[in-house]
Design a protein around this ligand. Structure first.
Ligand SMILES: *Cc1c(COP(=O)(O)O)cnc(C)c1O
Length: 432
């Protein structure tokens, strides 16, 4: 499509957007009586208008049924997670048995590494992307130490080439192959939080398996952002949070994926709890842990009904649009339009004031664009916020702006471009 940098064009794209109406299902934060143009769904997704009522239903169950709520009501708490599993599965390309909502993300990353990082003297290394989200770095570092290895020796980080911001798949593949005999676990993000790069998870999985390693992914920035085929790709395990692109609210519940090929593997270690016990016999309260078959066998604690209710409200929004296919179609166009607009702004400024470090090819990114301003990035970012455009700032120099297909519009992107241009003129950065 040939894009145009004018309001009428953006509005026309919005009118022809088959899922444009979804924007009305969300609540936008306000400043000075005006709604923000919200481009921060990569950090915390917006509140679905239905979330309060869905949560309130469980508050009412608690009020009216108290402990009986576990077994009574329209969806007894004991079985509530089944409702969620049905909706989580299509979001990540899994069978419902392969996913389970529980805990929070970093906790789940640890639990899954307990099962799937099985180092021995010859094969004890973990390979990951350099510049992974800090929580993942800390989790991996401390897991390695827990097994008695030195992180400096046991962790291999794949870095971009000199002068580049993102990784080339060929470099990831050769790094895995080059260390093939020593790698126990390949553990990557799906989308990197800083650069917005979408990794080729299928190629990474294939290569990891070819050298005899286990392959897992942290999908915090990928789940609900890009289509995933975890089952078909043969990914061993994965986990994600639900409060970013999945709009489940701050501190929202995490979910895990375990491929069905591991369901009967008795050799896997687990840090177990009663909720992961074989469901039919859980309340016999017997000695000796017997895991439930499937991802549910990794659960620890009693079901977190309130956070699950919020996740449920959000998952219903994804169900309403038909999950990831229509979202991805819009997302590609929305983010491509944003790239085009940034190019236009640079053109009008007579220099590359805004450099996009996210890959420029659409199959290598999700919604997010990470932008390095040539000068005074922080000041520009603050100007955006003061003028009702909310993205986020990542030290040392990146502005992350994510047009989210569920609730952002082409007009949002156009207006943001206008502001990115005017701020440079106001602050006198323009050469034009
Ligand atoms: C957001 C994010 C986290 C946050 O973890 P919590 O345990 O939910 O605080 C961890 N890892 C990645 C890759 C993230 O993007």
């Amino acid at each position: 499509m040939i894009f145009e940098n004018n309001l009428a064009f953006a509005k026309n794209l919005d009118q022809n957007d088959p899922i444009g109406h979804m924007r009305n299902e969300f609540l936008f934060p306000q400043q000075n009586g005006e709604p923000f143009i919200y481009l921060c769904g990569n950090s915390l997704g917006l509140q679905p208008k239905t979330a309060r009522a869905v949560l309130d239903r469980q508050m009412t169950n608690w009020e009216n049924l108290a402990v009986e709520g576990w077994f009574r009501g329209e969806t007894p708490w004991m079985f509530y997670q089944r409702e969620l599993k049905k909706l989580i599965a299509p979001l990540v390309g899994a069978h419902p048995d392969e996913v389970s909502p529980m805990n929070t993300l970093t906790v789940n990353l640890h639990l899954l590494m307990v099962s799937f990082y099985k180092p021995n003297k010859n094969r004890f290394k973990i390979i990951m992307e350099a510049g992974a989200f800090p929580s993942d770095q800390y989790a991996i570092e401390t897991q390695v130490r827990f097994h008695g290895y030195d992180p400096k020796e046991a962790i291999i980080e794949v870095s971009p080439r000199e002068g580049e911001y993102t990784l080339r798949t060929e470099d990831i593949v050769s790094a895995i192959k080059d260390n093939g005999n020593e790698i126990a676990l390949v553990l990557f993000g799906g989308v990197n939080y800083f650069t917005g790069q979408l990794y080729d998870m299928e190629a990474i999985t294939k290569t990891g398996h070819a050298i005899g390693a286990v392959v897992g992914f942290d999908l915090a920035h990928a789940a609900g952002n890009v289509p995933l085929q975890l089952h078909d790709w043969g990914v061993d395990f994965a986990c994600w949070c639900s409060y970013k692109y999945q709009n489940s609210g701050p501190g929202g519940i995490s979910a895990i994926f375990v491929h069905e090929k591991h369901f009967n593997d008795k050799s896997l270690n687990r840090f177990a709890g009663w909720w992961g016990y074989e469901a039919a016999r859980r309340f016999k309260m017997e000695k000796g842990f017997v895991p439930e078959i499937g991802a549910d066998g990794w659960q620890l604690s009693g079901a977190q009904i309130m956070p699950m209710a919020l996740y449920h409200a959000s998952l219903q929004m994804f169900e309403k649009v038909g999950f990831m296919t229509p979202l991805r179609a819009k997302s590609k166009m929305l983010t491509a339009y944003f790239c085009y607009i940034l190019n236009e702004v640079n053109h009008q400024l007579g220099e590359e004031q805004y450099k996009v470090i996210t890959p420029l090819t659409e199959e290598d990114r999700g919604a997010q664009l990470s932008i390095v301003a040539k000068e005074n990035g922080k000041q520009i970012f603050e100007h955006l916020v003061a003028n009702n455009v909310l993205g986020d700032w990542r030290e040392p120099n990146v502005i992350r702006l994510s047009p989210v297909p569920l609730y952002n519009s082409f007009e949002d992107v156009f207006e943001t471009g206008k502001l990115l241009l005017s701020v440079c003129k106001e602050l006198n950065y323009s050469k034009a």
